[in-house]
Ligand binder design. Sequence first.
Ligand code: ZN
Length: 252
Amino acid sequence: MINRITLTELFLQLLKKNIVPLSILPEIALFITNRKEFLRLTVQDEQFTEIQALFRDNNVSFSVKKIYSVYRGNTWYDIKFENQICDIDKEHIHYVRYLVCCTLGNNDPNTVLKAEEEGRIDDAGSLLGYPKCCINAIDELNNSGLKWPLLLMQKTKDQPNSYVNRLASVWGGTSFTGELFPCSLNCKNAIELGKSAEAALWELGLNRLAREIQYLSQRPIVVNKVNGNVQPLNETTINDLNLELQVPVFFK
Ligand SMILES: [Zn+2]
């Protein structure tokens, strides 16, 4: 089996070449340290050949499906498989990408993609190691469209936790739960997953990247109460802050 150092180098290469975003790094760390059986990546059309060659050369077993990203606004996309695209969607296709699922074990990575294609989100989510409470909440979040940040805030009863700061991704930051859509901004199960990812990053010696993710996840933000628009709270936004319309959010 491919050793951990080579594997870490392989994925860091993907990060350096911008083939994968920083937000997926916590999941990569969980995957390399065997805390996660399957890793699912979205790869741009033109970079697929490169990733395919890298995985083949390094004996990483993977499966692939072409997907279409249909833009609905405010960083929210509907991800659709080829057979799910209807006529209205065709006008809003933002990009075509490849959905790649890989594994280091003996299980078939296609089971994840097949579950997703068939709309069995619970199965796909649990194969990917996401908490059940968060998987169950995804439909509601999906249906809230552009206002998903507001719904996530409504569902957060206590102080938001930086480990599940999914809103950071809207302004270009990230958190230790990366691309997971949590059921709230302080979901206990998601916090646990985030802490596990942080430990995995440290275990791989990626301390500086872990600190960067921590910094990004702890930055306060401003959310627009009407449209759910998210911005980081900084010198510029604090001067224009309108409390009637905007709510500052702090993460512990
Ligand atoms: Zn949850």
